[in-house]
Design a protein around this ligand. Structure first.
Ligand SMILES: Nc1ncnc2c1ncn2[C@@H]1O[C@H](COP(=O)(O)OP(=O)(O)O)[C@@H](O)[C@H]1O
Ligand SMILES: [Mg+2]
Length: 268
């Protein structure tokens, strides 16, 4: 039996704790009797992109969703352990989830713009958070669209329906919508899996630009994508993280055979 304090050498931790954007400690997630996440402890670095990879059904989405309490919406889900953001446990019962999600935003697998104009897709959440000033709204809509690399394509059509955009544009609109609230951390669950290669490349470029201002955690089943864009990679297997390290190391010199088998495409 390993003691609780034994450091798993296959999971890196950050030397300078001031660079930790978010961390989980012994996180477990249960759906009824099914333990989908079995005690995951990870530190995510500020202004970096971290990929969560692993075979389907291993708990990547479950883990990601727990980071901003999306599992609250699933009745049978139960989450134990700590999720620390700026020294505060996001998983504590007294957390204002609506406010917390302003800091820890999320983009989903399928682009899910509201059936509203491009402008209103972004302004909606801002208004719900109390922003009324038209000039300020205009300005945030513009900067968010610029950051999501969509502005040039939509600036003359801001009042057209978001549903008229291509899939890749819709997904970048969803990214713009998420960053309009100026979160610190952006969670993305396979944001390019429903997109064609050109749109995928655009979303990847957007994420690389965004990491200047955001800490990004992304689930991807696309190995090339993980190695192209992420600084760190965590390999999930059956509800555990087997290996967490610099992306380059995970892909070229993994410490564990299972990781090697997975990244080289032997199973998945
Ligand atoms: N909403 C849910 N209700 C019940 N079980 C779920 C739910 N979502 C996921 N699970 C289960 O949790 C496990 C991990 O799933 P998931 O987090 O979706 O994995 P991944 O994203 O790696 O494919 C699976 O056994 C899955 O069936
Ligand atoms: Mg998933």
């Amino acid at each position: 039996m390993k003691s609780q304090s034994t450091q798993n050498t296959n999971i890196i931790t950050l030397k300078d704790k001031s660079t930790v954007a978010l961390e989980t400690n012994d996180l477990h997630v249960y759906y009824g009797d099914n333990e989908a996440i079995k005690g995951v402890s990870l530190e995510f670095e500020k202004n970096k992109i971290t990929s969560l990879i692993g075979p389907s059904g291993c708990g990547k989405s479950t883990y990601l969703r727990s980071l901003n309490r999306m599992n609250d919406e699933i009745e049978i889900a139960k989450v134990t352990g700590e999720i620390l953001y700026k020294g505060v446990d996001v998983n504590a019962s007294n957390i204002d989830v609506f406010e917390m999600r302003k800091n820890i935003g999320m983009v989903f697998q399928r682009p899910n713009p509201f059936s509203k104009s491009i402008y209103d897709n972004i302004a909606f959440a801002l208004k719900r958070h109390g922003l009324k000033d038209k000039n300020e709204l205009d300005e945030i809509v513009e900067t968010s669209l610029k950051q999501a690399a969509l502005w040039d394509q939509v600036k003359d059509n801001l009042h057209k329906s978001a549903l008229a955009l291509s899939g890749g544009q819709q997904q970048r609109l969803c990214i713009a919508r998420a960053i309009a609230l100026k979160p610190d951390i952006l969670l993305l669950d396979e944001p390019a899996s429903a997109l064609d290669p050109i749109s995928t490349a655009q979303v990847e470029e957007t994420l690389l630009e965004l990491k200047e201002n955001y800490s990004i955690i992304i689930v991807t089943h696309n190995m090339q994508q993980a190695s192209r864009i992420s600084d760190y990679t965590a390999f999930f297997y059956l509800g555990n993280v087997l290996e967490y390290d610099d992306t380059r190391k995970v892909f070229t010199r993994p410490k564990i055979q299972k990781t090697e088998d997975y990244v080289s495409g032997n199973f998945g």
